[in-house]
Design a protein around this ligand. Structure first.
Ligand code: SF4
Length: 365
């Protein structure tokens, strides 16, 4: 018989109860969760993350798809990316798309019950000019088609006017990932900075557009980096938090990165749910290749959103399989909170006045 250590059980439960009661988690407490090692503790953590997801999000799962609106030859050197012009990866290259492929993607997304379709472009960013006019046209067409919510991921935005024009065209949510912690970011990219990204997010928010921002795990970052990314995303007020798991692309600097263990991935999702209890936590790229048969456990780990359909340069599993997975788990992909009203906090959200208990943290191992 193996003696199972139960000393961490009460601490995890205490933190979980506090989040359910509307209270916050400190960085030290969250970091303690990130450092849990034994599978019994991690599975305990998942069950609390699942409760938190269920409490704040019910059984609804937000589905999102993307369409690559401009591919390859990007001027930036993000070390994980197949579309950077710095690396030989053989990924496709084409200019900004005509209405046809976007309308087709919207049709398909609508058929699959997908909430949002993101127009994604591989370039440094967007400024005033004819391309912005075209982007706004595609957004207007998507909005008028009424199949899905028009979202976009168009890189760095340097002028408030550009963000305002996107809003006027009908853009509801803008994706701009922080990718990792401020500390680790320079190891992922040197052609722009973490602050460039924060600035874009500030402009987009000021325009009244919702924020989709997350990152990638498995790039060689530490657990501290993952924890700091989650707190940074909380600080910027991200509404949707996409978590990608590195799928190492041949030809990129991260091509030989070792895969993260499945339990480490699930634990990271759960820790994000503790830190970001009301946000949509979306599992995006790298899901199939890294999680394989354990994919359905992402919801028990606290994920409330899923990217379906193919990724930008890699394949996903068929949407029918994802929809079947949700059905089997009793989860409902019809997401109807267009205004993200479920993210509004009761009171000021500082956690004062909520049930709070002093939790003593032991060595997590
Ligand atoms: S992640 Fe975006 S900005 Fe970076 S290289 Fe790829 S397409 Fe360019």
């Amino acid at each position: 018989m193996t003696k199972v250590d139960t000393k961490n059980h009460g601490v995890i439960a205490g933190l979980g109860e506090r989040i359910l009661g509307g209270g916050p988690i400190s960085r030290d407490e969250a970091l303690w969760l990130f450092h849990l090692e034994s599978s019994v503790d991690v599975l305990d953590l998942l069950s609390w993350a699942n409760r938190i997801r269920e409490h704040f999000k019910g059984n609804k799962i937000h589905l999102c798809s993307i369409v690559n609106a401009k591919a390859g030859a990007c001027s930036e050197n993000c070390s994980f990316c197949a579309q950077s012009s710095f690396y030989q990866t053989g990924s496709p290259r084409y200019g900004f798309v005509d209405p046809g492929p976007v309308a087709e993607a919207a049709e398909e997304a609508g058929r699959n019950g997908v909430t949002a379709l993101g127009l994604v472009a591989a370039w440094r960013g967007l400024s005033e000019g004819p391309i912005l006019d075209e982007v706004c046209d595609r957004i207007r067409e998507l909005k008028a088609g009424g199949k899905t919510r028009p979202d976009a991921s168009l890189g760095i935005i340097k002028s408030q006017n550009v963000a305002d024009r996107l809003k006027e065209a009908g853009l509801e949510c803008y994706n701009h990932n922080l990718e990792s912690s401020r500390r680790f970011f320079p190891k992922t990219c040197t052609t722009h900075t973490f602050d460039d990204r924060l600035e874009t997010i500030r402009r987009v928010k000021q325009a009244g557009i919702k924020i989709c921002s997350g990152g990638i795990i498995g790039m060689g970052e530490t657990r501290e980096d993952r924890c700091d990314l989650a707190f940074e995303l909380k600080a910027i007020g991200a509404n949707v938090v996409p978590l990608n798991i590195l799928n190492p692309i041949q030809g990129t600097p991260f091509e030989k990165n070792p895969p993260l263990p499945v339990l480490e991935i699930l634990k990271t999702i759960a820790c994000f749910r503790f830190i970001l209890p009301r946000q949509e936590i979306m599992i995006a790229g790298g899901r199939v290749v890294n999680l394989r048969d354990a994919q359905s456990l992402i919801f028990m780990a606290g994920a409330s959103a899923l990217m379906v359909g193919n990724y930008l340069t890699t394949l996903n599993q068929p949407v029918e399989k994802d929809l079947q997975m949700l059905k089997d788990l009793g989860l409902d992909p019809r997401w109807d909170r267009q205004g993200f009203s479920d993210q509004e906090e009761d009171g000021c959200g500082c956690g004062n006045g909520s049930r709070e208990t002093e939790i003593e943290l032991a060595d997590a191992k």
